[in-house]
Design a protein around this ligand. Structure first.
Ligand SMILES: O=C(O)[C@H](O)[C@@H](O)[C@H](O)[C@H](O)COP(=O)(O)O
Length: 320
């Protein structure tokens, strides 16, 4: 990938480089993704890496959130249109499916609720509908509302209607909430099921983190910077022992949900953060820009052991 000189770089590149001014970041603008001919998806892709020495030095001296921001490889892709974003997300996901299917004959994918499912719309069309080995997919949820699976608020129903009903994933490989239980019971039940999936080798396990290691997490982000059902200022953001926990006072309705905790989220090999709309530009700026009060949002704690890629539309990136 060609490197970009910072002086002539776009605002996004300058903002990202200002995030770590004291380091010698290498910024890559991938020419194949830069806004070129109208026929190609118009997007700007950049990745930021800093020298390991400076990371060690910085992580001792900064808040956990900033250290988390430092710790993983971050890629930011900004798209002119939601269709371009969906097209790139489909390719990204299909490529990872091929990678893990070859490596371990299975592909573990974790879905969010909200608009994320709609952005998978290109994945259920040719060529991916025919090229992806759907029989190797195992689908989980990063969070779920404690409602019946046929309720309009159910993330299972959202994913089934918009995605799962359109691809030949084996029903036994779709791990939905037990909707007959209370929030606490459903969280315990989901964690028990996850421990079983780790034990039988369906879900990888990280000796380094001591928690499951999913291949790909597809996350959304709320305007307040929440991810999954982990909300700003909520004690659940600090949960370090449980893999799955529950909330009964979600500021985003409905109030009762179960959710993966950050140790599980951050143990992932790959995370895609799909964020669109001007209403989220403030949170994106805090997370990626040089905002004064950075370090306060749950999304800033997303720092996978592997690779984090932000998929933004230009409205969500408008303050970078
Ligand atoms: O169950 C949920 O509500 C989601 O998992 C939640 O975390 C969602 O991803 C964000 O709120 C973004 O939702 P939108 O993309 O619809 O704004």
């Amino acid at each position: 990938m060609a490197s970009s000189s910072l002086s002539s770089a776009s605002p996004a590149l300058r903002i990202i480089s200002s995030l770590f001014p004291q380091y010698s970041p290498t910024l890559h603008a991938n020419p194949s993704l830069l806004p070129l001919s109208p026929s190609r998806p118009r997007s700007l892709s950049l990745s930021l890496s800093t020298s390991s020495r400076s990371e060690k030095l910085s992580c001792r001296a900064v808040s956990s959130a900033t250290a988390a921001r430092m710790a993983s490889e971050k890629k930011v892709q900004v798209f002119d249109s939601k269709d371009d974003l969906a097209a790139e997300l489909a390719k990204y996901t299909a490529d990872l499916s091929d990678k893990f299917t070859k490596e371990r004959s299975s592909f573990t994918v974790v879905l969010s609720g909200g608009s994320l499912i709609d952005y998978l719309r290109k994945l259920v069309e040719p060529p991916y509908l025919d090229s992806v080995d759907w029989s190797k997919w195992h689908v989980f949820w990063v969070d779920e509302r404690v409602v019946p699976k046929d309720h309009e608020d159910s993330n299972y129903k959202l994913a089934y209607d918009g995605f799962l009903s359109k691809v030949p994933i084996l029903p036994g490989n779709v791990y939905a909430i037990n909707d007959a239980l209370s929030a606490e019971g459903a969280a315990d039940d989901y964690e028990t099921g996850l421990r079983h999936s780790v034990k039988n080798g369906v879900v990888d396990f990280s000796e380094a983190t001591g928690v499951p290691k999913f291949d790909l997490m597809l996350l959304g982000m709320g305007p307040d910077g929440h991810v999954a059902s982990l909300f700003p200022g909520h004690p659940l953001c600090e949960e370090k022992e449980k893999w799955v926990t529950f909330i009964k006072d979600s500021p985003k309705p409905p109030p009762e949900r179960i959710t993966f905790t950050f140790p599980v989220i951050n143990s992932s090999a790959y995370i895609a953060l799909v964020v669109t709309g001007a209403g989220k530009a403030g949170a994106v700026q805090k997370a990626l820009g040089n905002s004064e009060d950075s370090g306060t949002l749950p999304v800033e704690l997303v720092s996978p052991a592997g690779e984090l890629t932000w998929f933004l539309d230009k409205n969500a990136a408008s303050k970078l």
